[in-house]
Design a protein around this ligand. Sequence first.
Ligand code: ATP
Ligand code: MG
Length: 572
Amino acid sequence: MRFSKMYAKTLKETPKDAEVVSHQLMLRSGMIKKLASGVYTYLPLGYRALRKVEKIVREEMDRAGSQEIFMPVLQPAELWKETGRWDAMGPEMMRLQDRHGRDFILGPTHEEVITDIIRNDISSYKSLPLSLYQIQTKFRDERRPRFGLMRGREFLMKDAYSFHATDKSLDDEFENMKAAYSRIFERCGVEFRSVEADSGAIGGSGSQEFHVLAESGEDEIIYCNTCGYAANLEKAESVVKENSNSKEDLKPAELLDTPDVSKIEDIAKFLEIETSQTVKAITYMDTLSLKAYMVLQRGDYEINEVKLKNLLNETDLVMLSETDLIANNLIKGYMGPYNIELGDMILVADESVTKIINHTAGGNQVDTHYINVNYGRDYTADIVGDVRSVKAGEGCPRCSEGVLESARGIEAGHVFKLGKKYSESMGATYLDENGKTKTMTMGCYGIGVSRTMAAAIEQNNDDNGIIWPMSIAPYLVDVIPANIKDADQLGLAEKLYAELVNKNIDTVIDDRKERPGFKFKDADLIGFPIKLIVGRGAKDGLVEIKIRKTNEAFEVKAEEVISFIQEIIVKG
Ligand code: ATP
Ligand code: MG
């Protein structure tokens, strides 16, 4: 490719509305262009990188025994009504009608379509297991599309689906896919971690996420510093730290005046106790089921709303407003589980609450608190479970010595054991060896192809621009004749460029009439892994090779350039 002809308009200034570095650098290097919020065009350089990620994904999926198909983006509403997701997906689903007024959607994922294909096509255990995948544009009307390709409304996903006769067969495929995902992210040159995850709206039993580690990541992941335990925050567990008074005898509950003391820290200070000896009460309502909940949490812990939704089997929990509180005779800052008329409100307790001896809780009157309240003796909850957000520094739930640490991650891949969720609701059955009808067991496996590309940049950049991992760089080499008016320089640059192209090495020659400094800046911004600079040494047959990632520079004889570059590429 000749730089003079390349459609890549680089920008000096950082675009104002781009918050994260991958978005800024992709815009500045002319790789993508915004059409609407969360909707982007891939320009030539960006599209080359995307296709390289796609190629790695395809090769590894094929290698893992999955077969590529291509399903329609446009899907009839009926299928989604069968599984109940026509309603459950809510406003994230892009909906439309055809000319006859029939409802359709633009696929956010394809469980319904694939299950429909399989239930009609597969009838015998002999055809199972079966794994199929596609690489396709997905549509999700995200509440907050942002960070460029990271959270788009239209984005490229690889989605795979597997069908099995037995749970064991699904377990095997789950492991097979995890191994394939590790190879994919390794080959993409990103630092990643796989973590236990919550199954979310897709449902099912086991689930594991692959996170690219980066400060800007939207997710928090928790991992043990000793054993292999790792989970995302929505799933992570920890050991509840015992209070110092945990051996104390139960004392009688007592109402105290606590004027103007409503915050947990203040009440702990006022009573000279640890915040872990207090209990806070937070009230929620689900906008769909209309059920109301009072949720109790130990004073030093926070409620994790994803865990809470899963425990309660609710989808749209919101905190009660002050007006709702007043309407229910509840007093903000002074709510507690003891001596309260809850009516239809359901009482939920984090498991940590049930273990506190003689805890403090709201008095259910302004400026009062109870002390020495005890779970079991004074009140019981309707539902008890783990709804706590784990924090770094807490004890590992798997090994006795480990301490939990936390890191930020970008979720690039997700593997689920779906079980029978879709096969049951859609009737995907097969006949077993004895001719008996059984329901298939399913798995599904996603990779955000466009998000992975952005995540790679998020992890690999410096003040000058992108530092592409070799395997997904749009081009590997930028040949830069320092002075194109110098016949020796231009001649040698053109010759080396032709040789590199002949060897199928993705190469650009910067033949623009610009100063060398200007060209170097663009080269670093775009992130070519290798710069081949043909300068004054050209007349003696010498060139300079610079490595973007390490900043190393080598003086190399012209006739050795190809083998030198090939070696760098192999090393990665
Ligand atoms: P998130 O929690 O980030 O919204 P998700 O759980 O909704 O992700 P999945 O349904 O598991 O995502 O989709 C599979 C993969 O598709 C994700 O692991 C991610 O890499 C990618 N992905 C999901 N939503 C988007 C999006 N809006 N833009 C780009 N990639 C996405
Ligand atoms: Mg999502």
